[in-house]
Design a protein around this ligand. Structure first.
Ligand SMILES: Nc1ncnc2c1ncn2[C@@H]1O[C@H](COP(=O)(O)OP(=O)(O)OP(=O)(O)O)[C@@H](O)[C@H]1O
Ligand SMILES: [Mg+2]
Length: 414
């Protein structure tokens, strides 16, 4: 009987916890076996603020996901975010002058490790992603293994996070008797699920607008090269609406989902909507356009912050692949249009793609990170935190990865 490999991804969001358990069969085929989507608690903008509450949310997400599995899962990949995240691009060099042999996998692994400069106290390395190699001065080489050369240089993208904040996230999961095999930056995960090969190659900006944070990653030549986390998201939009309309948060959230629009101009000037009576107030009619004005203003503000990172990264313009929006807030009607008009760049909403049998619940922009964490885990199997990325990005192994799984961290008879 063939053996299957089980993978679990946990996405600890500010508004929802999502666990996905999937099986990769012997032919590389993937099947989702369970999902657990529950409201989040104890989290604030990617940080754990209350361990027992967070643990409880993680536990109920895990319980739901493994309901029909028949055995508890023991390890998982964990997506992380927060404005403690920073990134830097570094270079490493090895000289093999006088050596007769060609560049080996060990050489490359050594180079990847050495390209990561010492990190400051309290910081942890989340990823070291090889971007491109230069072989005897020839730049842009993606896979130098096997080449004869005197000098091998590597440019890496290094992602760092705050040690205590990361440890608290891990603690919340480990409190549920699940060990964390590796941490994954959420926008890097989302890029795995929502971008096309072409977008990654020509250059693209992926923006994950969640509940508590807006996570940004720039990719080019197949690799992430700039990451940022903006501590504002959809909850702030709801808060603005709640202040503007004089409503409790939960009521403003309901209205946002029902009538929200990123571009008030697109709504007929005379369209009215009913605000139900909350907390003893009578119900009332308001112009939908007026209701959407604070939404437009907050989304414009978030977009400005995203564009400030384009500048900070040294880009004069958005790359040709344009902007891909994911995260729950990307479901806001009119948002892609607003962003496209404001930036003059092609903009689309990104959906988790590329997995056969993905349940309809997960085929939404808000689950790009959750699905991406699973895909990232499968691609980078066997790695544990602190992580050195295997170099798939730089080696251009994005295609047909389902068929490539050989090493099996956990084998279970089917
Ligand atoms: N149709 C919709 N219109 C507008 N906003 C929406 C819609 N659907 C969901 N949202 C918003 O998306 C946000 C949640 O997005 P998501 O699930 O990506 O967040 P999260 O992963 O929990 O948080 P984070 O990644 O920031 O920690 C909420 O603020 C919610 O109001
Ligand atoms: Mg999220």
């Amino acid at each position: 009987m063939p053996n299957d490999t089980y993978y679990t991804a946990i996405d600890m969001g500010t508004t929802k916890m999502c666990t996905i358990i999937a099986r990769v069969g012997p032919e590389g085929e993937l099947k989702v076996l369970g999902t657990g989507i529950v409201p989040s608690q104890g989290m604030h903008k990617g940080r754990v603020e209350n361990i027992p509450e967070t643990q409880e949310a993680v536990r109920s997400s895990l319980d739901e996901a493994q309901k029909y599995l028949g055995r508890p899962i023991t390890w998982a990949y964990l997506g992380v975010t927060g404005n403690h995240i920073s990134c830097v691009n570094t270079t490493g060099l090895i000289n093999s002058s006088g050596r007769d042999n060609s560049i080996s996998t060990r050489d490359v692994e050594h180079l990847i490790r050495s390209s990561c400069s010492p990190v400051s106290r309290g910081k942890e390395i989340l990823h070291v992603i090889p971007m491109s190699y230069a072989v005897d001065g020839l730049r842009g080489v993606r896979n130098p293994i096997g080449l004869h050369a005197d000098r091998l240089q590597l440019e890496s993208h290094v992602v760092l996070g705050d040690g205590p904040i990361l440890r608290n996230l891990v603690k919340a999961v480990e409190g549920c008797k699940v060990s964390v095999r590796s941490l994954v930056l959420q926008q890097i995960a989302a890029a795995e699920a929502a971008l096309t090969e072409d977008e990654r190659e020509v250059g693209v900006v992926l923006v994950d607008i969640g509940g508590g944070t807006t996570d940004v990653v720039f990719l080019k030549s197949g690799s992430p090269w700039y990451n940022a986390v903006i501590p504002v998201g959809g909850m702030q939009v709801t808060r603005d609406l709640s202040v503007a309309a004089g409503l409790p948060f939960y009521a403003a959230e309901e209205l946002k989902i029902r009538y929200g629009h990123a571009n008030p101009e697109a709504i007929p000037a005379d369209e009215e909507v009913q605000i139900p009576g909350y907390q003893g107030e009578p119900k009332r009619m308001v112009y939908r356009r007026a209701l959407c004005q604070p939404i437009y203003e907050r989304m414009t503000e978030i977009l400005k912050m995203v564009l400030s990172h384009v500048k900070e990264a040294g880009l004069r313009q958005i790359p040709p692949g344009g902007i891909v929006l994911v995260g729950g807030t990307a479901e806001l009607p009119g948002l892609a249009d607003l962003v496209a008009r404001a930036t003059g760049s092609p903009t689309r909403i990104g959906y988790p793609d590329g997995i056969m049998g993905l349940p309809a619940d997960l085929r939404k922009p808000g689950f790009a990170t959750s699905v991406g964490t699973l895909i990232w885990g499968i691609k980078h199997q066997g790695q544990s935190h602190p992580v050195i990325s295997s170099g798939d990005w730089a080696f251009g192994k994005q295609k047909s990865w389902f068929g490539k799984f050989r090493r099996k961290p956990e084998e279970v008879a089917a």
